[in-house]
Design a binder for this molecule. Structure first.
Ligand code: AMP
Ligand code: TRP
Length: 332
């Protein structure tokens, strides 16, 4: 059986990178897999969070997933904290994972910054909770952007290490799915930085809540180099900003970078940007409109999440009970 699990943090400012790197793939995978999608609020509190903002961002993330085409009825959409089994399994995995493995995690190094002693313990064990999210459902595939690859490798190490520590073949060796031409969308201001929710400059990203005018303006102002577009993909080497915009176009149009170069080779960036903006607006506007409509109906969104949580828990509890049996816990 094939089962998908993936998660997104409710930290606000969902952007084009989240959409092209993750959400759009999640929507498409629904045709072929049983899918479980999770708004990971337990992960969100690994960094300081305002309660009211967390609540609003959780609803907003759920609304954008629904607006993008996640089907919360035939699949599962829920927020993590409503299924306590995630935190329980994370504890067991905290006792499987080694300090040395966590010390290698680049996301912890980036997020904890210069003052590691002030980072929360939760931020440090973030990857063990992520492993628990996935393995609690014995998911076989996890669609994510490129930045999550290292965490998924750690998840596989945890699964293997649990299996061998207890002499069982219990957890599957889950595969990452890193798909498409936009697995790592970069900032529009700096081609060497990832497009990110936390970038101080709003011009660095296209938010899923941006109006058509804002989208057009941000693309027009996006940093580029003075050369025209190359006729071949090789010509994008050493041109991170050009490569990023070409990658975004390719992904939005569902074609390859090579096709984009064939079509626009020799064109100026200003001509290319007009077409890119039109394409981005065409894709995002209907999602933004639906998201706004859903955000005005929090009762509906909350209902989807709690119904999803109940169904997720029904799947998780028998698996957690087997895990507890393997570990040797006495159960009710
Ligand atoms: P996060 O916002 O960190 O919870 O990420 C949610 C999903 O979006 C994950 O699968 C990430 O890998 C993906 N993602 C985040 N930022 C980007 C980006 N700049 N480019 C591509 N995928 C991204
Ligand atoms: N760490 C992921 C991110 O920041 C979010 C996440 C949490 C996740 N649990 C997961 C992704 C399980 C995939 C599977 O993007």
């Amino acid at each position: 059986m094939n089962r998908i699990f993936s998660g997104i943090q409710p930290t606000g400012n969902l952007h084009l990178g989240n959409y092209l790197g993750a959400i759009r793939n999640w929507v498409r995978l629904q045709a072929d897999y049983e899918c479980i999608y999770c708004v990971v609020d337990l992960h969100a509190i690994t960094m300081p969070t305002e309660p009211a903002e967390l609540r609003a961002n959780t609803r907003e993330a759920a609304a954008s997933l629904l607006a993008a085409g996640i089907d919360g009825k035939s699949n599962i959409l829920f927020n993590q904290s409503q299924v306590p089994a995630h935190a329980e399994l994370a504890w067991i995995f905290n006792c499987i994972a080694r300090l040395g493995w966590l010390n290698r995690m680049t996301q912890f190094k980036e997020k904890s910054g210069k003052h590691k002693d002030n980072a929360s313990v939760g931020l440090y064990v973030y990857p063990t909770l992520m492993a628990a999210d996935i393995l609690l459902y014995k998911a076989t595939h996890v669609p994510v952007g490129e930045d999550q690859r290292q965490h998924l490798e750690l998840m596989r190490d945890i699964a293997q290490s649990f299996n061998s520590a207890y002499g069982v073949e219990f957890f599957p060796i889950t595969e990452p799915l890193i798909m498409g031409e936009a697995t790592r969308v970069m900032s529009l201001r700096d081609g060497s930085n990832k497009m990110s929710k936390s970038d101080a400059s709003d011009y660095s990203r296209i938010n899923l809540t941006d109006s058509p005018d804002e989208i057009a303006k941000k693309i027009r102002k996006a940093r580029t180099d003075p050369e025209p577009l190359p006729g071949e993909v090789k010509g994008l080497e050493g041109r991170p900003e050009a490569d990023n915009l070409v990658g975004i176009f390719a992904s939005l149009a569902d074609i390859s970078r090579a096709d984009v170069c064939t079509r626009f080779g020799g064109a100026t960036f200003s001509a290319f940007k007009d077409e890119l903006a039109a394409l981005a607006i065409d894709t995002l506007s209907p999602i933004t409109a639906e998201m706004r409509r859903l955000m005005d109906d929090p009762g509906y969104v909350d209902g989807i999440l709690s119904d999803g949580a109940k169904r997720a828990e029904q799947m998780a509890l028998p698996i957690l009970a087997e895990i507890k049996e393997i570990v040797g816990f006495l159960q009710r």
